[in-house]
Structures are given as structure tokens and as C-alpha cells.
Design a protein around this ligand. Sequence first.
Ligand code: AKB
Length: 326
Amino acid sequence: MSAEMKRIMVTGAVGQIGSELTMALREKYGNDNVLATGHKTQPSKTLLESGPFEFINVSKRETFDDLIKKYRIDTIYHMSAILSAAGEKNPKLCWDVNMNGTSNILDAAVDHKLVRVFIPSSIAAFGPETPRLNTPNDTILKPKTMYGVTKVAGELLCDYYVKRFNVDVRGCRYPGIISYETLPGGGTTDYAVAIFFEAVKTKSYTCFLREDSRLPMMYMPDCLKATFDLMEADFSKLKHHSDFNVTAMSFSAGELAAEIKKHIPEFRVAYEPDFRQAIADSWPQSIDDTAAREEWGWKPDYDLTRMTEDMLGVLQKRFEAGTLNY
Ligand code: AKB
């Protein structure tokens, strides 16, 4: 990132990705230079005590417009969103938060002449008509969830703002993200986090997807790396903007359970698919991220084996210390 880019606002900073992204940005650019924002959910002590925090509502621009001036923000990481499963329970709210939020952030980028904006998309942008194996970057985008609809519209809106208003906006299509600091909420890939906590805590887990459900996934360190690398890329070299496929691994629920069993042999998993199965069935099983590799040098560090070892190592230690909050 260039020297002038150091007054950052993170939306969705209390969420799974936002919370770790905020701490990583504070480490990189200084605590006071990174404003964390959230909506209603109480931030952790770590987030609250390490730098500035404000409550906002991204779908109401008046709740954050003055903060951009007050904190002299020049860069926004817009991480707040209603995810796939939560979006199916409340499609109107999903539209309001995801669409109006994205549109407000882009308008703020124009009006405040922001240097750079990050707006992520998701594998939810794809739908059942998309090729499911090694899904290309540029392909059919006909999602069947409201979350997916807002992600496709968001990608198109970002492209429009690049062309029409010269906004420097970037983003990638995150796969399921696996992490241990903040639990995900309202997603279809959430099982891949819950399974680790239950394996360590109770040695058993009931999965809401079928055993053979295969989805693209990524470990949090790679998610942060993808985000930082894309934000640091030379904009003039990017042919895509907010719609980069990125992936690190693909596994089925059964394969993940088998990998965990290598460390915890007594671990038992039952499968009781619910409404999230249909969502998973409409998404790719594996992703082609050649565009990200070619345009900004994307390369993941963690595969299933390495990620599982790391996750279990951290959670086991916390369990033994009595600090596994789950
Ligand atoms: C979800 O499951 O909804 C999210 C996503 C893949 O965007 N984790």
C-alpha cells in the first residue's frame, strides 16, 4: 500500500473476517489508524481496547459519513454482510444491508475521494447453472440465494464505479473461511468451523450438510493474505476488480471429518442435512483462481492437512487451559 493509505475504516469489524482483519491492519498500520465499526453486536475487549470503535448501520449512510471526515479515512474494507443462510431467513434484510451498504460505501468513496476500497464477493455469486468443477472466473452468474443475488449485483456495481467514477475498488470471491478467533454466523460453510470446536469439546458433531458435500474453502491466514495482496496490487494491471476467484482447498464434509479423526480417533460425525443443503448444492465444488494468480500473484499457504493441524493445535490448547469459548 502506498504511504498515504493509512487511515482505514473496517465495516463488519465484529464479524468472523472483520475482527481478525482489523487486528492485522492495526498491527500493520498502527492501532489509531484503523477505525473498527460494527452494528449492534458488542465488540470483543481486544477490538475495543486496541483502537477506535464506532457503531454504524451501513445501509444508512448518515450513520457513518461524518466518521469518514472525523477520522480522515482514505481506505475502507467493507466486510459487513448478511450471509447465505441468514439471508434466506430474511431476504429483505439481506438486500438492505448488502445492497444499500455496498452502494453507500461506493458513493462515499466518490464523495470523499477515497484512495482505495475493498468490497468482497463470495462463491455464492455462482448458481446451479455454473460449471461446478474448477469453476472459471468469468462464467454464468445466476445464484438462487438472496445473498448470491446481492453479491453478483455488488460485483457489477463495483465495476460500474470503476469505469464511471474512477473508484479504486477491489475484491475477491471468498470461499468458506475457517478460523478460530470469531465464529462465523449465518453462512452455509459455517459447519467447517463448528466441526473443529465440537471435535475438541465433545468429540461428536451433527453436520447440517451431507457427507459428500464438497465446497471450496480457505484458512484465515490465507484469507488475510489474499485481502492484503489484492489491496497492494498495481491497479493498472488488474483486468478484474471485485470478482476475483480465490481458493486454497476443496473438501467434502466427510473428508474433513476423516482428517480430524487422524488427530482425534474417537471423533464421531452424524449427518442431518437441513435447508442449507440446497444452498451448498447450488455452489461450486472447486474453483479456478488463475486470474488472481496471474493478475496479482495469489498463492495460498494452507491445504487441508496443514489447516487441520493448526486449527486443532490452537483449539486443543485452549480447551486444556479452559479458554475454549464455544
Ligand atoms: C456463506 O456460507 O454464506 C459464506 C460464503 C461462502 O460467502 N461463508
